[in-house]
Ligand binder design. Sequence first.
Ligand code: ADP
Ligand code: MG
Length: 145
Amino acid sequence: PIDPWHIGGPVIKGFGRGSKVLGIPTANLSTKDYADELVEHPSGVYFGWAGLAKRGVFKMVMSIGWNPYFNNKEKTIEPWLLHDFTEDFYGEELRLIIVGYIRPEANFSSLESLIAKIHEDREVAEKALDLPSYAKFKGDPYLTK
Ligand code: ADP
Ligand code: MG
């Protein structure tokens, strides 16, 4: 178990790679208010709850890190909300409670193996978030206030 991390901020534009290259949209969170915590935070794949005031609370699986496959220069926070949205939500305030850790950040020899691993991560997150000790955070007012 990890100490739940509460973070929030507007959804910003990333490189547009999530949806287009991977088929997996990741809402990039502005990290300017978290720069210090972010450098300290171990990279890896985490799961938790994501809130958008106008839309509700959703399960999410996320990476914190440099995305070695894409050789990024900046550490990012990128949750994949496990819900089918009919429209984008750039600019909206996104609130996250990160409750669990899945694995360290890794590099992959192919895009296919990266995508397959992310889908495995999604299944782990979906199941874990139904456990009472993780499910209880879904109702936290931080997510939508
Ligand atoms: P970017 O590189 O700009 O983050 P992506 O291809 O990763 O672009 O797509 C992410 C964007 O798609 C989000 O900012 C959000 O507006 C939208 N989006 C739609 N559905 C989802 C979802 N299920 N999870 C995360 N973002 C989503
Ligand atoms: Mg993205």
